[in-house]
Design a protein around this ligand. Structure first.
Ligand code: ATP
Length: 249
C-alpha cells in the first residue's frame, strides 16, 4: 500500500523531554522555530530558512527524539522513514507527496546512509541504474522541488556522515549540519532527571553521583538504567512499590 515504508507519530514531546544538549537544542530552535515565528522578518532580510538539516552522532543520543520534539512544538506532521526501509524511489516520492499535502510537516530520514551512501561512480557493479542510485536521485529531486512556501522540512540522521554522497550537502539540500554528541556529566545528570521524574526515588539515590559514574553511557543507556532500577524496585516489593533503587554497574 502507499502507506508502506513510513510512519507518522502524533505523540506530544517538548524540549524538556531531552536532557542536556543545550547547544544542540538552541541551534535547532533557531533553524526551525525562528523562521516560523519571524516569517516576515526573514522575508524582509532575504533570509532563507534551512530546507534540510542533517544530524550526526553516535546512536542512542537523541537524534530521533530531537526531531519528534521539533515536529511536536511546531505542530507539524511528522513523517519518518528509515533508510533500511527505502527499497524504491516510489517510497521517497510518496513520502514527499504526503508531506506536501499535510504541510507544515517534517520528514525524518533516519539512517540515511543506508539509502544515500556514496555513489559507486564508474567502477561497474552497482552502476547508475542501481536501485540505490535511483533512490538517491529521487531524493535529491524531491528536496530541490520542495518549495519554501510549502513548509516541508527534511531532517536526516546518520551515525556515518563520512558515507554520505556530497551531492546531499549542496545549498538547498542539507544546508545545516549539526553534531549531536554523547552526553557529558551535566547532560547525564539532566537525562537522569528526565527519566526519573515520574519514579519515586529512594532517599539515598544521588543522581549526581550516578552521572559521575556513567561516563560513556548514552541517553538510551541512561533511560534503560532508570527503567531497570524501577523494575528492581518493583521486584523487591518495597513499601507500596514507592521506593526505587538505582544500580549502575
Ligand atoms: P539511533 O541513532 O540509534 O536511531 P538516536 O540518536 O536517534 O539513536 P533516540 O532514538 O532519540 O536516539 O534515543 C533513544 C532513547 O534514549 C530514546 O527513548 C530517548 O528517550 C533516550 N534519550 C537519548 N538521549 C536523551 C536525552 N538527551 N534526554 C532524554 N532521553 C534521551
Amino acid at each position: 500500500s502507499i502507506q508502506r515504508g513510513y510512519e507518522t507519530v502524533v505523540e506530544k514531546k517538548g524540549w524538556d523531554d531531552i536532557g542536556g544538549l543545550e547547544d544542540v537544542k538552541k541551534k535547532l530552535k533557531q533553524a526551525t522555530e525562528w523562521p516560523l515565528l519571524h516569517k516576515e522578518t526573514f522575508k524582509r532580510l532575504g533570509l532563507k530558512p534551512p530546507r534540510g538539516i542533517l544530524l550526526f552522532g553516535p546512536p542512542g543520543c537523541s537524534k530521533t527524539t530531537l526531531v519528534k520534539v521539533i515536529a511536536s512544538v511546531s505542530g507539524a506532521t511528522f513523517l519518518s522513514i528509515n533508510g533500511a526501509q527505502i527499497y524504491s524511489p516510489f517510497v521517497v516520492r510518496s513520502t514527499f507527496q504526503k508531506a506536501r499535502s499535510a504541510a507544515p510537516s517534517v520528514i525524518f530520514l533516519d539512517e540515511i546512509e543506508a539509502i544515500v551512501g556514496k555513489r559507486n561512480l564508474g567502477s561497474g557493479g552497482s552502476g547508475s541504474d542501481s536501485v540505490q542510485e535511483r533512490v538517491l536521485s529521487t531524493l535529491l529531486n524531491e528536496m530541490d522541488g520542495v518549495e519554501l512556501a510549502s513548509s516541508v522540512l527534511v531532517i536526516g540522521a546518520t551515525n556515518r556522515p563520512d558515507m554520505l554522497d556530497a551531492a546531499l550537502m549542496r545549498p538547498g539540500r542539507f544546508d545545516k549540519i549539526i553534531y549531536v554528541p554523547p552526553p557529558d556529566f551535566v547532560s547525564r545528570q539532566q537525562i537522569l532527571h528526565v527519566h526519573t521524574k515520574d519514579i519515586p526515588l529512594a532517599e539515598d539515590v544521588d543522581l549526581e553521583e550516578i552521572a559521575d559514574k556513567t561516563n560513556l553511557y548514552t541517553g538510551a543507556d541512561l533511560q534503560n538504567l532508570c527503567r531497570e532500577a524501577a523494575m528492581i524496585g518493583l521486584r523487591q516489593n518495597r513499601s507500596a512499590s514507592s521506593v526505587v533503587c538505582i544500580q549502575y554497574d
